[in-house]
Design a protein around this ligand. Sequence first.
Ligand SMILES: NC(=O)c1ccc[n+]([C@@H]2O[C@H](COP(=O)([O-])OP(=O)(O)OC[C@H]3O[C@@H](n4cnc5c(N)ncnc54)[C@H](O)[C@@H]3O)[C@@H](O)[C@H]2O)c1
Ligand SMILES: [Zn+2]
Ligand SMILES: [Zn+2]
Length: 384
Amino acid sequence: MLAMNYRGPRRVRIDHKPDPEILHPEDAVVRVTRSCICGSDLHLYNGSVPDTRVGMTFGHEVCGIVEEVGQDVEKLKVGDHVLVPFNIACGRCVFCQQELYGNCHESNSQATAVGGIYGYSHTAGGYDGGQAEYVRVPYANVGPTIIPEGMHPDDAVMLTDVVPTGYQAAEMGGIQPGDTVVVFGAGPVGIMAARCAWLFGAGRVIVIDHVEYRLEFVKNYAPAEVYNYKELDDVVVFLKQTTDWMGADVVIDAVGAEATGRAMQTLLGKKLHMVGGAATALHWAINSVKKGGIVSIVGVYGPIDTLVPIGNVVNKGLTIRGNQASVKRLLPRLIEHVQNGVLDPKALITHRIPLEEVSEAYKMFSAKLDNCIKPVLIPPSARV
Ligand SMILES: NC(=O)c1ccc[n+]([C@@H]2O[C@H](COP(=O)([O-])OP(=O)(O)OC[C@H]3O[C@@H](n4cnc5c(N)ncnc54)[C@H](O)[C@@H]3O)[C@@H](O)[C@H]2O)c1
Ligand SMILES: [Zn+2]
Ligand SMILES: [Zn+2]
């Protein structure tokens, strides 16, 4: 089959790989009809995630058609159109039982934090992802969900990650009616977090980034007040000033460990690799939330230590919440929101690119060219 192949930092190419096979009675093989590139893939692409092995296929936001099922798969049959949550979850471990599907203990038993994730380095289990013609789907009775009749496939693929992650970012913020919510990052996740903040009763939503076309998009889509941090003397002082010097009630970090904006973080975290990435947005989040406020983190950070003002967390009495989104837990209500028109996730998809052009797609998304917000890769069989 055709599959994206990681060759080292900032080098990916299309390649031929053996078709995946059923390795366990609960596996399915899915023929991919759409797979997105995510901000999380950029951490891999840039070589920032430990144990990202050459030869790996990325891709954790996948829709497709069930091609083959193992003998113990009861919930799916060949020919079903499914969306596949990015978390690989067993459904029966102590964490899955608590609906912490992003923290499954069985799908990534070598790790103590994250569960299995498709196409996300061996720190997340080493499963090949779906930027390919086919993908092996373990625990097929648990994650894959039949796409509801009439749902646009672009909406379906956004339900595998971006929508639940944005929604959970807002949910973890514990937003109270009338709250001021600040979102760092106007990528697909930050855009969706800003949109969802309103669903929880926010009174004011502010988004910070430095990429103008993304700020313009989220200004209309969420809608939100938007600011380019490069045009502000000091983003933290500005956010305090605009909230009567109290700080925001809730701040969401939708950037993660490759933030820009602070020379010291960039030097130590991104250039010298002395700490686990540049935690600039998280730093700003902690300093711009009000005393007693909540910081919700969905931006990805690796297992290595990062530089954050922990003293301010203690002295301000902050609550910090974070996780990988628990996609399966959120799917029933989010499918309803999409069906009822409350959320329109397909509006974020700006580019449909043949799978064979995966290398160009990464370059464009990574460099934020051509006003790209969310690119989707389409394999040849889904284009006919
Ligand atoms: N927790 C989860 O379940 C989950 C799921 C999906 C993605 N993620 C993570 O969420 C983050 C965002 O994902 P995405 O797909 O939107 O990525 P993206 O790379 O498209 O967007 C990130 C945005 O942050 C902006 N940015 C950089 N530094 C900033 C700063 N200091 N302040 C404000 N904005 C800044 C960039 O310009 C960019 O627009 C990534 O870290 C990704 O790994 C987490
Ligand atoms: Zn993703
Ligand atoms: Zn589990």
